[in-house]
Design a protein around this ligand. Structure first.
Ligand code: KMH
Ligand code: ZN
Length: 275
């Protein structure tokens, strides 16, 4: 098995984690950029971001995303991956507005799933609309998989010519309502995708470290960060996403996986080099 260098994605804030849970979650574009740059310095080559209002509530306002991207890219050549997932309850119009920026990369969830007490709604027409928009604008999608059927839906979009393969997947395990964060489930998802696809894995909460370690061993890539897990270990809050990235870098080093630079990450997942 030829194993690629390791792409680490830092999911620095998400839509749900609030200051009441951890003082370290960034809200403003300046705070998000600081967290992103610290994560990039620690070894992340992709930064997954959600825009927030200054009070921490979620927004999909393109101008806020534009400021976040500009602040990050001013200092680092990292891949900034915006969210089209937004927050539970947002309309398709709100969620998709960020694609008008033609970002380098964006998430694409390919199915509806219960999400804690809410429903993360992704009906087929919405998925296809976001997919077509990404293809038309040259945006690299990361297929967010919260449950098994979402793999097949994404592959059908390739068959239909709406998306161009090979796809890059993010297997998110451990959301209450989605596929549980257990290693057999990760293996099942990995075996469900074609060999030429790439994948990363994000374990939620206490599933983060075991899922990340398994992904390292299986030749996949890893996502960590405060969006998915606010603890460094049981009872000890992480100081930020960079601390969680740094732990993955150390584990990868012990396991013989070199870390991909942003340029190498672009090559591995098939993003054309930036001008
Ligand atoms: N906030 C979740 C409802 C994504 O970024 O694309 C959806 C989410 C997925 O976080
Ligand atoms: Zn997200």
């Amino acid at each position: 098995m030829v194993v690629d260098k390791l792409i680490i994605t830092a999911a620095v804030n998400g839509a749900e984690v609030m200051r009441a849970q951890t003082p370290c979650v960034p809200y403003t574009p300046a705070e998000i950029a600081t967290a992103a740059l610290q994560a990039a310095e620690a070894g992340a080559s992709i930064i997954h971001v959600h825009a927030r209002h200054p009070d921490g509530t979620s927004t999909q306002d393109p101008a806020t995303y534009q400021e976040i991207i500009a602040r990050i890219r001013e200092h680092a050549d990292v891949i900034v991956q915006v969210s089209t997932g937004g927050a539970v309850g947002m309309t398709a119009e709100e969620r998709g507005a960020v694609l008008t920026l033609s970002p380098e990369m964006a998430t694409l969830s390919t199915g509806t799933v219960n999400f804690g007490d809410g429903v993360f709604l992704n009906p087929p027409a919405m998925i296809e609309h976001f997919a077509r928009e990404m293809t038309a604008r040259g945006v690299k999608p990361e297929i967010e998989v919260f449950d098994t059927g979402m793999v097949a839906t994404a592959l059908r979009l390739v068959e239909k010519g709406v998306l161009t393969g090979p796809l890059h997947f993010d297997f998110v395990l451990g959301i209450p309502g989605g596929i549980p964060g257990d290693l057999r489930n990760l293996l099942h998802l990995v075996e469900a995708i074609p060999d030429d696809c790439t994948w990363t894995a994000a374990g939620i909460g206490r599933a983060q470290l075991p899922i990340a370690t398994a992904a390292l061993l299986l030749g996949g890539h890893v996502r960590v960060g405060l969006e998915d897990n606010i603890y460094y270990r049981r009872g000890e809050l992480a100081t930020g996403s960079a601390q969680l990235v740094a732990r993955i870098v150390r584990l990868a080093d012990e396991l013989g996986r070199a870390i991909a630079s942003p340029a190498e990450a672009r090559q591995i997942i098939g993003i054309s080099a930036r001008a």
